[in-house]
Design a protein around this ligand. Structure first.
Ligand code: G3H
Ligand code: 13P
Ligand code: ZN
Length: 330
């Protein structure tokens, strides 16, 4: 049994309280390897931002839980070495069962998500409550979810999203005791968040998505004043990276994300955690493809992972400063 405190990590309690009060959102960046983690830490130290390091089931399968836990420990030490101590949360993204959540809590995670959103309401309540009881006994915070995002979520592919019903949120939060709530207001996972027929196109043929349902967010805020709200599926899918990928042999079609202004607006509300994974994948893939294409004789992985890491860091800094508003909050 490893406590997150022994790893130099914090839970989300104080972080979220400050974010809701201060009108900004904490970045929750997914990581699977060393370069992604270095880029996240470098960006968050340089912008003096708190950060949530997210580990998905896919990341666990890819990288090993033991290794990831020790990487998070190393991340705190690395931040100090870079010259500034930032609060770091190690969070399980889309926990699919009590057992998965327990295993992560027992392995030093300071926060877990139990994603019961695809279960019937009462089952979601019962499962989430069970996780909260175990987590709170260990000082670990819990994110629950109500409403279903379109796209791939927790290995479940939902054709259509089901928006969170504001009339359910008070009952869910009081019955389960969760510390934060992920909601569905039109975001979705991946780099193709909307079908072309749901969008309009600008003069360059780039898809313009329908706006998020801020009316639902406002109703939820009225029901749960000051309660921490989480947005999943919040990558913006920067078209400059899509272009680099496609100019260098990639075949991404009709990619579309959440416009930055809408995330900026959400960050100023009770939304205090914004999940971003796909944008990191795009930035990294763009620079790897381009560097390999430009230097066909090169075969040292550091020569293409290095530029990818630099692009990632710049992207995370931009998000902290200009989108989430988390810069200078650590
Ligand atoms: O919510 C999904 C995240 O983007 C993680 O995806 O399971 O492929 O690592 P993954
Ligand atoms: P994106 O696919 O939009 O980056 O969302 C990531 C996410 O919600 C992880 O839980
Ligand atoms: Zn998610």
């Amino acid at each position: 049994m490893t406590s997150y405190k022994d790893l130099g990590l914090v839970n989300t309690k104080e972080m979220f309280a400050k974010a809701v009060k201060g009108g900004y959102a904490i970045p929750a960046y997914n990581f699977n390897n060393m370069e992604q983690l270095q880029a996240i830490i470098q960006a968050c130290v340089e912008t003096k931002s708190p950060v949530i390091l997210q580990v998905s089931k896919g990341a666990r399968d890819y990288a090993n839980l033991n290794l990831l836990r020790n990487m998070a420990k190393g991340a705190g030490e690395y931040a100090k070495e870079l010259g500034y101590e930032i609060p770091i949360v190690l969070h399980l993204d889309h926990g699919d069962s009590f057992e998965t959540c327990k295993e992560c809590i027992d392995n030093g995670f300071s926060s877990v998500m139990i994603d019961g959103s695809h279960f019937p309401y009462d089952e979601n309540v019962a499962l989430t409550k069970k996780v909260v009881e175990y987590a709170h006994a260990h000082g670990v915070t819990v994110e629950g979810e109500l409403g279903v995002l379109a796209g791939i979520e927790d290995d479940v592919v939902a054709e259509h999203s089901t928006y969170t019903q504001p009339e359910e949120v008070v009952d869910f939060v009081s019955k389960t005791g969760v510390d934060s709530l992920a909601i569905s207001i039109g975001t979705s996972h991946g780099a193709n968040k909307f079908k072309p027929e749901q969008c309009t196109r600008n003069e360059d043929g780039v898809l313009i998505p329908p706006p998020l349902r801020f009316d639902i967010l406002e109703e939820i805020e009225k029901e749960l004043p000051g309660f921490p709200i989480v947005l999943h599926g919040s990558s913006s899918v920067p078209q400059e990276y899509v272009k680099i990928i496609n100019e260098n042999g990639g075949k991404l079609k009709d990619s579309v994300g959440i416009p930055e202004e809408q995330l900026r607006k959400a960050s100023k509300s009770a939304v205090c955690k914004i999940n971003i994974d796909s944008d990191g994948r795009l930035a990294m893939t763009a620079l790897i493809r381009k560097t390999m294409n430009d230097n066909p004789g090169e075969f040292d992985p550091r020569k293409y992972l290095g530029p990818a890491r630099k692009a990632l860091k710049e992207m995370y800094m931009h998000k902290n400063i200009n989108v989430l508003g988390s810069a200078n909050q650590a």
